[in-house]
Ligand binder design. Structure first.
Ligand code: GAR
Length: 211
C-alpha cells in the first residue's frame, strides 16, 4: 500500500475521509503519519482515535525560520516512510525547497474549481462572481499557491438562495469523496504526472456517486 503522510492545521474532516477510505481492505493506501502545525488541531484527535501516529511541528517554534520549520516536517515525514504527502486543510504556504523535496509526491485539496478562486474565502468569492458552478480540486503542488497539475475535480451547482455556508457545506461533501478518489488514482498508477499535466490512464475511472 502507498504510505501517506497527511498535513493538517485544523478540523481535519478531509483527513477523516481519508482515514475512512483507508479502512477499506481494498484501498491501495494507508496513512502512516498525521502531521499538524497546530497542537490543538482537532484532526490530531481523529488520527489518534484511528490509531494513526501523529506529530506536531509548530511554525511558532521556528520564528522567522521557515527553512528550519520545513526541514523538521520533512524529517518527520521521511522517518515515517511517507511516499505521498497529502495536504488536507494545511494552511501554510510551502517553500519551493519543500515542494521540490516532494516533487510530484505532494498533493493538495482546494475548495474551488481551479484555476478559479485560488486562496482563501473561495465560497463567498464564487458567489460574488456569480458563477453557476463551484466545486473542489485535488492537484499536485507546485511552488505557487494553489497551483499545479489537476488530478481530479468535482463540480457543485450554485443554487438560488445559497450563502457561503450552505455552498461550503455541499462543496465539503464533495471534497470528502474526491480526495480518496484522487489518492486511489495515484496509488493505482492510473494518474501519472507528466510535466505540468496529470494524465489519467488505465481502465474506465469510476467516479464517486456524489460527484
Ligand atoms: C477544506 O475545505 C479544504 O479544501 C480547505 O480547507 C478546508 C479544511 O477542512 N483548504 C484550503 O483552503 C487550502 N488552501 P478540513 O480541515 O475539515 O479538512
Amino acid at each position: 500500500k502507498l504510505k501517506l503522510g497527511v498535513l493538517i492545521s485544523g478540523r481535519g474532516s478531509n483527513l477523516q475521509a481519508l482515514i475512512d477510505a483507508c479502512a477499506a481492505a481494498d484501498f491501495p493506501a494507508e496513512i502512516v503519519l498525521v502531521l499538524s502545525n497546530k497542537a490543538d488541531a482537532f484532526g490530531l484527535e481523529r488520527a489518534s482515535s484511528a490509531g494513526i501516529p501523529t506529530a506536531v511541528v509548530s511554525h511558532r517554534d521556528f520564528p522567522g525560520d521557515k527553512p528550519a520549520f520545513e526541514a523538521a516536517m520533512d524529517g518527520k515525514l521521511r522517518d515515517a516512510g511517507v511516499e505521498l504527502v497529502c495536504l488536507a486543510g494545511f494552511m501554510r504556504l510551502l517553500s519551493p525547497w519543500f515542494v521540490g523535496r516532494w516533487q510530484d509526491r505532494l498533493i493538495n485539496i482546494h475548495p474551488s474549481l481551479l484555476p478559479s478562486f485560488k486562496g482563501l474565502d473561495t465560497h463567498q468569492r464564487a458567489l460574488d462572481a456569480g458563477v453557476r458552478f463551484h466545486g473542489c480540486t485535488v492537484h499536485v503542488v507546485r511552488p505557487a499557491m494553489d497551483d499545479g497539475p489537476i488530478i481530479a475535480q468535482a463540480a457543485v451547482p450554485v443554487l438560488p438562495g445559497d450563502d457561503a455556508d450552505r455552498l461550503a457545506e455541499r462543496v465539503l461533501a464533495c471534497e470528502h469523496a474526491l480526495y480518496p478518489h484522487a489518492v486511489r488514482l495515484l496509488a493505482e498508477g492510473r494518474a501519472r504526472v507528466e510535466g505540468d499535466r496529470v494524465v489519467i490512464g488505465g481502465p474506465a475511472v469510476e467516479v464517486p456517486a456524489v460527484i
